[in-house]
Design a protein around this ligand. Sequence first.
Ligand code: EPZ
Length: 417
Amino acid sequence: MQKLEVRGANRLRGQIKISGSKNASLPILAATLLTDKKVYLKNLPKVKDIETMIKLLESLGSKIQFEKKNLIIDNFKQNKKFASYSLVKTMRAGILVLGPLLAKFGNAKISLPGGCAIGTRPVDVHLKALSKLGVKYKIIQGYIHATAPTGLKGCTLSFSKISVGATENLIIAATLAEGTTILKNCAIEPEIKDLVNFLKKLGCNLKWIAKRSIKIIGVNKTNIISYSVMFDRIEAGTYLIAAAITEGNLKIKNIIPNIMKTEINILKKIGAKINLKKNEIHIEGRKKIKNMKIKTAPYPGFPTDLQAQISVLLCKANRNSLIIEDIFENRFMHVSELNRMGANISINGNKAFIMGNTKFAAAELMATDLRASVSLILAALNAKGKSVINRIYHLDRGYENLEKKLKKVGAKIRRVN
Ligand code: EPZ
C-alpha cells in the first residue's frame, strides 16, 4: 500500500497549473453514450476515477483510445446496457450511465452505487425523476433494472432535492426524449454548465430558462465533436488553501476566478491577500488568520468538497470557528485524524466546532476519502516534522500529480511504498 511522507513546515512559493475537472469529465464521458459519432475529449485529468469511468464505458462496448492529448471515444458499436457492481462500487458516478443508456436503448441494468465514507449516497432522486419520463424500474439484488417501454417522454418535473448527479442524469436522458422536458430545482454547479455546453456542441437542444430550470427538446441527430473540459475548481481551491496555511505565495493558473467567487471571498475574509487575473489567482498567505462560520451549500454556496480543507485552515485562526456540513451526512472523517495532530475540533451532528490557535504536530495518519486525504496533507504541510499519510489511493481518485505540483512550489513530499 502506498503512502505519502510530508515534512513541514515550509512556505509554498511559485506557480501551480490546475488540471481538468474530474466532476465535469465524469458526466461528459457518460454523455458520450448518446452519440454513435466519434467524440474527442481534451483536458481530462489523469486520475483514478476517470480511468474507472473509461473502464465502465469499455465494458459497455465503447472503443476508447488516447491520441496525443485527446481521448477518442467511439460508440458506433456500443450496445451493452449492463454496468457491474465491481466498477460502480468504487466510483458512484457510474450511475451517470443510466440516463444515456435509457435514452439510447430504452433499457439498462446498473448496479446501485452503494454508500461510501461520506454518506449513504442514495439515488432515489435520480429514479423518481426518471420515472416521470416514463421509466419503469425494479431493484433486484443490488441492481437497478430499468426500462422505458414506450421510450422516454418529455415532461415538466421538479427535483425533490437539489442533486448534482440527478440533474446530470436527467439532462443527459432528456436530450433524446420525445418532445420537451423542463427540469426545475436543478443543481447549477459549473460542472453541470460544462456538461450542458458539451451537449449543445454535440447538437442537443438545451436552454436555461431560469436560475435552476432548464428546457430540453429531444433531438435524434448528433455531430462529431471535440471538447475541452473545464478546470477543476476544487483542486484550485485546495491549492489556494495550501498557500494560506503555509503563509505561502502561489500563482494558481488555468482557472476562471469568476467561478470561484464564494471561496475567494471567504479566503479574503480569513486574511489571505488575493489578486485576480483573467485566468489566474495570485494568493499570499498571512500570519493572522481570522475565524469564520461556514455552511456548505449547493453552488453558488461554499462547496462541500472544500469543507475538510478549509477546516484545517480554520484550526490556525486566532479564535474559534464553526463549520456546518449541510450536504452530506458523514463528512467529518478527517476530524479524528486532525485531532491526533493537535487540532481541537468537536462534532455535534452536522456541526464542527473548531478551536483556533492549533499547533499541528506531525503524525502517522489514515486517509478515509478523497477530500479528507488532501486535508491531512494541508495539515502536514503546516506541522513541523515528518507526517506519513496512509491509504492515499483515496487521493489518487481525484488529484492529478499532487506530489509533483506541490514539490514544484517547495513542499517536501514524497510517495513511498
Ligand atoms: C457530486 O456528487 C460530486 N461528485 C461530489 O463530489 C460532490 O460532493 C456533490 O456532487 C455535491 O456537490 C461528482 O460530481 C462525481 P448530490 P453527487 O447528488 O452527485 C443526497 C468529490 O469529492 N442525494 O448533489 O453524488 C446525497 O446523499 C465528490 O469529488 C439523495 O438523497 O451529489 C447528498 O447528501 C464527493 N438522493 C446530497 O443529496 C439522490 O438521489 C447531495 O448529493 C441523490 C443525492
